[in-house]
Design a protein around this ligand. Structure first.
Ligand code: ADP
Ligand code: MG
Length: 695
């Protein structure tokens, strides 16, 4: 096996490969177009395409594909071979045109009514800011995806647009602070990916996992996560072998997989890469999720990326660490040694605070999905209410600015371990707050509401856009200011005064916070159907339009696609619930009841006095539950049929949430009760205990 540095990026057509393989003048011209964000010249594209093809063919590739991220949330690819006939032979060819533009039939991708299906044309366009790579013998070219009429149909384009928007506004601010060297401001992201690993044989026995990615039934096991013995626990050999191979596969793809550990729930793990630009981080995260599944398969495992595969144990999220940085590497959210005197930092911080407060609804929507509804607001994940954790030091600084009093730094305390051989070290100025949905963690914000299965393009596009908006407002004021330094502090003060309701350093899981947040007038959008109407609110449509992220039609299309998707998911879950209930659970319980009845009658024939034997008791209990169960099957059956009365996407989603999903929950509760009272041998599915503790 080659060493890690040799392995790293070996399947990526990255900068050093380009430098090595492209003629000097082409390489230079290509870099220049990218750095300046200019359209690509066809001669350059031809040269790049040819070099890419030669490199890919040497690595064993036979095909190429434009690799894109339609609104399905996963990635899409359509493979073409490089072959081109010459007489009765073929040569391997790949042109600049093929590199730059693709034309997949777009009719089967969600478009939210933007196109009728007969208007099938869609285009993919090369995103040269994300490197091409080889996967499964194909050269994959990261691309954006849009319709014939130019509307975006994917998750990458709006993210790229939002990066442009924040770049423009942040540069204006930097210039005011006298920084003329920075040519670009980029946003950086490091997503921490959580996942579950279970045994493949168990998985195959559960229709719910196969069709829905989560369990729809399952009684609580005797042991869950209460001993807190899984978090950071020793990694078991089978999992360790999986993680090792996953790391290697990711490294080959140039993904900076860095940290891995066991998570809170049994069978739950986490992988975090080193951060990179939002665009590349998003592409890499999509690839990471794909590889997690593929590698699991080779190890007889299944990787579950659903936000809540098991009720009663922690779900999976994706902490989205986000910051802004210049092309020279200056992190704009780095407070430095004396944050109270770092005006530039305080201004960028104020922009985030204002943006998050004014667009709480958009951030909430950016992480809304049927799967994530099980997490947000349940006890282990952040609540559905958005607030910002700043920590004591920053809050004290902003409080002092607000009241015009002098800020006295607390100074950093020394941690004395009271053991001579252990080093003493400085403590951080503030503790972590695990319950906050949006926490400042030293030199970045950690947005913790994103779901594990989600494409992070969406939350990042929202973050970039809302901060771009606030920076623009700030720049408009500051460019006209006579006394710049005073104007900055005035702006920070005013912003904090007006938006400090969004700052909350306390326990986000407490009931008091729910009440307090309501008093503060913060949104509490508990579910996706409840959150979605805000997508098309006037202020949000205006924001997207102003920064060139979406037209109104594009937002409306997204609103429709996402709500439709929600209803479809609940519908599939309901049908799977019914299938399992009727075809497996009822027959299994009946069989078991028969066993009990037979046994009871044998007992009776032995001794007719024994009429209240254990079998009879259990028989009564279980048959009562079964009666209740069949009634609830009926209710769910009717609820599913009832959906046909709704045509409006919003009303339909509300109906699925309030009627269908509710009926599923009721049905499940009875099934779980039956499972707890039955012989494991008769229950038709592997138990939670087996699923969670068998790897
Ligand atoms: P935690 O303590 O939450 O596990 P870490 O400090 O290890 O966090 O970092 C978590 C993630 O944050 C990593 O992916 C890391 O690369 C990323 N990160 C660190 N700095 C930045 C930054 N400036 N911008 C974006 N992400 C960052
Ligand atoms: Mg974290």
């Amino acid at each position: 096996m080659s060493s890690v540095p040799e392995m790293f990026g070996s399947l990526v057509f990255n900068d050093s490969t380009m430098k090595e393989r492209l003629p000097k003048d082409i390489y230079k011209a290509f870099k220049k177009t990218i750095d300046e964000g200019k359209p690509l010249d066809l001669t350059i594209a031809n040269a790049v395409a040819n070099a890419m093809k030669d490199w890919a063919v040497e690595k064993g590739a036979t095909h190429y594909t434009h690799w894109f991220q339609p609104m399905t949330g996963i990635t899409a690819e359509k493979h073409d071979s490089f072959i081109s006939p010459v007489g009765d032979k073929v040569i391997m060819e790949f042109s600049g045109k093929e590199l730059i533009k693709g034309e997949p039939d777009a009719s089967s991708f969600p478009s939210g009514g933007i196109r009728a299906t007969f208007e099938a044309r869609g285009y993919t366009a090369w995103d040269p800011t994300s490197y091409a790579f080889i996967k499964d013998g194909s050269l994959c070219i990261p691309t954006a995806f849009c319709s014939y009429t130019g509307e975006v149909l994917d998750k990458k384009t709006p993210l790229l647009r939002s990066m442009e928007a924040i770049n423009t506004q942040a540069l204006r601010i930097l210039k005011l602070f006298g920084n003329t060297e920075a040519k670009r401001v980029i946003t950086t992201v490091g997503p921490e990916q959580e996942y579950f690993l279970i045994d493949k044989e168990m998985y195959k026995k559960r229709k719910d996992l196969i069709y829905c990615g989560r369990t729809l039934f399952g009684a609580r096991p005797p042991k869950g996560q209460e001993l807190e013995d899984h978090y950071f626990g020793v990694i078991k050999p089978r999992v360790s072998a999986y993680m090792k191979e996953l790391d290697e596969e990711l490294w080959k793809l140039g993904i900076l997989a860095k940290t891995k550990h066991n998570e809170v729930a049994p069978a739950q793990h986490e992988l975090a890469p080193i951060f990179t630009t939002s665009n590349v981080a998003t592409d890499h995260n999509q690839l990471t999720m794909e590889m997690m599944k593929k590698v699991a398969d080779r190890h007889g495992l299944v990787c579950l990326l659903h936000e809540k595969p098991f009720a009663g144990v922690n779900g999976s999220g994706k902490h989205n660490n986000w910051s802004m940085s210049t092309d020279l590497g200056e992190n704009l959210l780095e407070p430095g040694k004396k944050p109270s005197e770092n005006k530039q930092f305080l201004l960028f911080l104020a922009a985030v605070i204002k943006g998050v407060d004014e667009y709480q609804d958009l951030l909430r929507i950016s992480v809304a999905s049927a799967g994530n509804d099980h997490r947000l607001g349940a006890n282990e994940a952040p609540p559905a209410i958005i607030s910002i954790f700043l920590g004591d030091e920053l809050k004290d600084i902003l409080d002092a600015i607000e009241t015009g009093t002098e800020y006295h730094a607390q100074g950093r305390a020394i941690m004395d371990t009271k053991v001579a051989v252990l080093p003493n070290f400085y403590k951080d100025t503030t503790d972590r707050n695990r319950t906050s949905p949006f926490a400042f963690t030293g030199n970045k914000f950690e947005f913790r509401m994103a779901g594990s299965a989600e494409n992070i393009g969406c939350p990042n596009e929202m973050l970039n856009t809302i901060v771009a908006e606030e920076l623009e407002q700030f720049a408009d004021v500051l460019e006209k200011a006579d006394d710049f330094d005073k104007a900055v502090i005035d702006l920070v003060r005013k912003t904090y005064q007006e938006h400090k309701r969004i700052v909350f350093n306390g326990d986000n899981y407490s009931d008091e916070w729910l009440e307090e947040a309501e008093r503060r007038g913060l949104y509490n959008l508990r579910s996706m159907p409840e959150a979605m109407p805000h997508y098309v609110a006037e202020k949000n449509l205006k924001l997207f339009k102003k920064h060139g992220i979406f037209t109104e039609a594009e937002v409306r299309a997204r609103y429709e696609i996402q709500l439709e998707n929600y209803s479809k998911i609940i519908n599939i879950e309901a049908l799977t619930t019914l299938d399992m209930a009727k075809k497996d659970i009822v027959p299994a319980v009946v069989k078991y009841l028969k066993l009990l009845a037979d046994s009871a009658s044998v007992m009776k024939s032995v001794d007719s006095e024994i009429c209240t034997c254990a079998e009879t008791e259990l028989l009564k209990k279980l048959s009562a539950l079964l009666t209740d169960f069949t009634k609830k099957i009926d209710v769910l059956d009717k609820a599913v049929v009832g959906a046909k009365d709704y045509t409006d996407v919003q009303e339909l989603a509300n109906y699925y949430r309030n009627s269908v999903f509710a009926a599923m929950q009721e049905l499940r509760a009875v099934a779980d009760e039956m499972e707890s009272n039955m012989s494991a041998e008769y229950w038709p599915y592997p138990s939670y205990g087996k699923l969670l503790f068998s790897v």
